[in-house]
Design a protein around this ligand. Structure first.
Ligand code: XMP
Length: 326
């Protein structure tokens, strides 16, 4: 790609007017680059890939082929939202691959965190490659690369980008967001009419719930984690914390404790709440969730999620704890 350095003169995009000007300029550039050829995009539903998808749909419509790989480690409702927004509302060319069984079978019995990440990253590339091989006449690969990815390409993020695609793919890249910072991508996403919940979504690691279902993943514990996480998100939404707190989630360790329910012994997993604030994810402080809300969340999770019998609150800043548990 031609230019990967942000010019000093480039103004920060903060208004919808600036976003519209950017969109217009990029639509023209994408059309000039792509012509009548086809473009492939791995659409995770994260902010960056979603904004790239919306931009390319505006520029080249059905010449864009989006592939959404559901690795079975998505949060509740996320794949459904991708299908609803891109498949239905935007009428995009969307290929949905439910690869849940492939991923969970490979991960069965694997407890080492880095091994889990490797398996998820490797299998993602395999599934995407297989889908790409079925398609004819693809010339371009679109990616949601943003400016911090370029700046930090040999830092932390490189190791984190497990959703990265194989380097030997024979496609020319289309990276319309490569000079933008995250906040600018969001302004552009808003101007493109994407749902607020998609554009202002909190960061979510590529390996998804896989690194929050601690140790060897089992389907029942993964389900419990997904349901508990959905309750946490719902309560944060209702109580005005969703857009205030940088990242919040549940982790469920591979251990049980004794409890009691309906007068009977009830063994279950603990759900651990993590809610942190940071600017760069290198250090983080813990959000002070009001106690009444903590009680409400605890009540709901223990009542509504089979298998969970305790709720804990992680008070550890980074350092010493990382944001994720593994
Ligand atoms: P840690 O746990 O290192 O996390 O304090 C810092 C930020 O990075 C995210 N994270 C990941 N993102 N793939 C990703 O795409 C990963 O393997 C991964 N591990 C951590 C984490 O959610 C936090 O925002």
């Amino acid at each position: 790609m031609s230019n990967n350095v942000r010019p000093e003169s480039m103004a920060r995009i903060t208004t919808s007017q600036q976003a519209n000007a950017f969109i217009e300029e990029q639509v023209a550039q994408i059309r000039a680059q792509v012509g009548d050829k086809k473009v492939l995009l791995a659409l995770s539903g994260g902010v960056d890939s979603s904004v790239v998808a919306a931009l390319l749909i505006k520029a080249v419509g059905k010449q864009l082929v989006c592939v959404h790989v559901n690795h079975g480690l998505m949060r509740k409702g996320e794949s459904e939202q991708v299908i609803e927004v891109f498949g239905k509302q935007m009428d995009a060319n969307l290929i949905y691959v439910d690869a849940t069984d492939r991923f969970l079978n490979l991960l069965a019995g694997v407890s080492a965190p880095e091994q889990k990440r490797k398996i998820i990253g490797g299998e993602f590339i395999k599934v995407f490659d297989e889908e790409a091989a079925k398609l004819e006449g693809i010339s371009f690969l679109a990616q949601g690369t943003i400016y911090p990815d370029i700046l930090e390409s040999d830092g932390v993020k490189a190791h984190h980008n497990v959703g990265g695609l194989p380097e030997d793919m024979q496609f020319e890249l289309v990276e319309p967001l490569r000079l933008l910072y995250k906040d600018e991508v969001r302004v552009v996403g808003d101007a493109l009419g994407l749902p607020h919940s998609m554009v202002y979504r909190q960061p979510f690691p590529g390996p998804g719930l896989g690194v929050r279902c601690l140790g060897a993943i089992t389907r029942d514990r993964l389900n419990a984690l997904r349901e508990a996480d959905a309750i946490l998100r719902d309560e944060f939404d209702k109580n005005g914390l969703a857009e205030k707190v940088w990242q919040y989630f549940i982790a469920v360790p591979d251990m049980k404790s004794v409890g009691v329910k309906d007068g009977k012994r009830y063994e279950g997993w603990p759900a651990i709440i993590r809610a942190v604030n940071t600017t760069d994810a290198m250090t983080a402080t813990v959000e002070e969730i009001p106690y009444p809300l903590l009680h409400k969340i605890t009540e709901r999770i223990t009542a509504e999620v089979p298998g969970i019998n305790r709720v804990l609150y992680d008070l550890t800043p980074k350092p010493i704890g990382t944001i994720e548990w593994e």
